[in-house]
Structure formats: C-alpha cells, structure tokens
Design a protein around this ligand. Structure first.
Ligand SMILES: [Zn+2]
Length: 392
C-alpha cells in the first residue's frame, strides 16, 4: 500500500477511537420513566457531546428470541395497519416511484452516535424539545456535505416525506455544524425531521432507505441500534474467509475474552448483570466475516475481511463500544502469515456513507429497481488510492 493511503486509514482510525472513548458514560437502564424522561435524558446526552446515548430504551435481552429493534417494531406496526387512519388508499400509490426492496441493506456507521457527532448541540436541544415524533434523515452521496446545497436537499426531503406519509405538519431541519467544524469532510449530513405523527413515523421507518429519482435517503430512529460492523482485518494473503472466521472465533472464545466478559458483568449494576452477560455472549457468538475484494493501484489483491456481529440486537452503546475496543486490540494471527492489522472505519462510501466498503463496492446500486446513485468508472476499487477515502 502506498504511504498516503496508509495515512488516511490511520487518521480514520484515530478519529474513531477518540470519538468512541468520548462516549463513555454510565448507562442507566431503569426503563420505568421511559417516556417522560426520554427527551430530557437525550437532551442532556447531547449537551455532553454524546446525544443518542440510549438511556431509557426498553432493554433488549438477546440472544433468543432475536431482539426487536425500533425498526422491527415500526415495521410490525405498519403491518398491523396502525398507519391506516391517516393515510389514503389511492388506486396507484405515490410510493410506486420509490425502490421497493424486500430487505434494504443496513448502512454501517463508525459508532452509534456517529450521525450526530458534528451537529450543533443547541440545535439538538431545540429539536428534542419539540412535540411529536422525530427522526434522523441522511441523504445519500457526498454532495450532502455541501452547505450550498442544504436548502435544496431540505426541500426535496420535505417533498418526499409529504409524499410518503401525506403529512400535514412535517418539518425538516437542515444540519447545522458545531462552531469548530470547518472542513468539508467533517460537515454533518444529518437532517432533523420533526412534528411527525406516530403513523408518519412508522411509515418512514418501515423502509429504512427511500430511493426515488429525485432523492435517496436513509431514515434513522433517535435511539438507533448499534452497528453490526466492528472493524476490518487486513494483511492476510488469503481469499478464504472461513479461515479468517475460524481464527477470529478462536480468539473470541479464549480465556482473555472470558475475563473481559466477567469484568464487564462485575462492573454492571446488579439489575443489569444478566442482560450484560447475555448481550456480550450474543454479540460474540454472532461473528460474521465477509471478504471485500479490494485491489491496490497496481491491481494486486489486498484482501480486506470485514468483521460483523449482530450489533442491531442492542442499543447499549457503551457496552458495544467497550466490546469493540477490546476486540480491536486483540492479536489476530495466522500461522503462515503473521498478524493482521485492525482498521476501524476503513472506508466512507461516497454513495450511502457506510464505513465498511468503498463506493465501488456499495451494495445499494445492485438492488432491483434502485433509483439512487449508481456506479461509475471511478468507483472501481482499483482506483482507490486516488479516488476513495476522500472523507475518511
Ligand atoms: Zn455504500
């Protein structure tokens, strides 16, 4: 790998580590005052630079049955017909213009609060104080970072939200960066939707990603589940992902990992010990490895292996961050190949903003009926040294 690329990757990793450790805050899991205190808790979280720390979300208890995220609940609510009272049933639905995939891929963020990390905190306080349901909306493509396009994108988002939900009062707030954000690559891309009814909220969340010819965007609840993606391993000259899976699995089931789980359980409040242990065991057991076919500029293969767990099963971001930090500092070694390099947030897809692949390997353009950004020549991963990771 050439030196400039290495520097970019290192910067991305350092930035991510800093942000992850900045989230560390005691998690309060008492769910009895969930509704009343949600706004206050989230607002105070935002003031501390954390926001979206899920203080009072109903505790998910993995591993079995599979934990239900808000998205799951919203989908179920939509299936029950909760949204019917406020929606018309035209013979030809205005939703026909939006891509209707049975299951949209999940966009992987660098860490649970990544989407609001660079937003102005007083803006978040104001937003959280509004009545009604709220959602985060992230438009696809890098042009979302351009301050000159904010108004235009905001209008397109409002048009789409109105079209999708037939909302009467829905509003869209464009992202306002913190005062110390000056570089384009740091500009926040998260729009704030508010004044939504429960039915409108459910409808918007039912598809996760909405894609029409006018605009493509992702919808995220204010208490998002944790990312599935943990980190990438590279430095191994093999194409056999099962070999990598077996090696990682061995590390994750050794004594050191067991000791880590014991320490986390011991540190948890008494009422959370059982769920802490179950969550950690579930995450570790749900290891999944995928092989990203990356080439360098000389067309040599530089295999990247993405490491995932079922992060969406939990909203406990502190526990997730502790586990990720622990697992990322472990040694991953193959007998004939030495030790691999761990990279957190190795990419920044110019289409969906996911951190687990470059734009050339974005899964969205491959979806049947996709209306959003597509591939073009420079998306080829062989050009990665020059064209990808510009916003790492
Ligand atoms: Zn992508």
């Amino acid at each position: 790998m050439d030196i400039p690329s290495l520097q970019l990757l290192n910067q991305a990793e350092e930035q991510d580590i800093t942000m992850t450790s900045a989230q560390a805050t005691p998690i309060q899991k008492d769910s009895t005052h969930a509704i009343q205190s949600e706004i206050q808790m989230l607002t105070s979280g935002a003031s501390a630079g954390i926001a979206l720390t899920v203080q009072n979300a109903p505790l998910v208890t993995p591993p079995a049955p599979k934990a239900r995220t808000l998205r799951d609940r919203a989908t179920a609510a939509a299936a029950r017909g909760d949204a019917k009272d406020t929606q018309h049933a035209p013979s030809r639905s205005p939703l026909d213009k939006y891509t209707a995939a049975s299951e949209m891929p999940r966009v992987q963020d660098a860490f649970p609060a990544a989407l609001i990390a660079n937003l102005d905190l007083s803006l978040l306080d104001e937003w959280f104080s509004y009545e009604g349901q709220k959602l985060l909306i992230v438009p696809f493509e890098d042009k979302a970072r351009d301050p000159d396009l904010k108004h235009d994108i905001g209008e397109k988002l409002l048009t789409a939200v109105k079209e999708i939900t037939t909302a009467k009062r829905a509003s869209i707030g464009p992202p306002v960066p913190k005062s110390d954000i000056t570089k384009l690559r740091q500009m926040p891309i998260t729009y704030l939707a508010y004044h939504l009814t429960q039915a409108e909220y459910n409808t918007l969340l039912s598809r996760h990603v909405w894609s029409s010819e006018a605009i493509t965007f992702r919808v995220i609840p204010t208490d998002p589940p944790c990312p599935d993606f943990l980190f990438t391993l590279r430095g191994f000259t093999t194409l056999d992902q099962s070999h990598i899976h077996a090696m990682v699995s061995k590390v994750w089931s050794d004594e050191e990992t067991k000791n880590f789980i014991t320490c986390e359980v011991n540190a948890a409040r008494i009422e959370n010990k059982k769920s802490t242990e179950e969550t950690l065991i579930h995450l570790i057991k749900s290891l999944k490895v995928t092989h990203l076919k990356i080439k360098n500029r000389g067309s040599a293969l530089t295999p990247h292996f993405n490491i995932y767990t079922d992060g969406k099963a939990t909203t406990d971001e502190e526990l997730w961050a502790n586990l990720r930090t622990f697992l990322a500092t472990r040694k991953y070694t193959l007998p004939l190949q030495g030790t691999g390099k761990v990279i957190k947030a190795p990419f920044n897809c110019g289409a969906c903003h996911g951190v687990d692949h470059p734009r050339g390997l974005c899964p969205f353009p491959g979806i049947k009926g996709w209306n959003g950004p597509t591939y073009h020549a420079e998306d080829d991963p062989r050009y990665r040294g020059r064209n990808y990771n510009r916003i790492a």
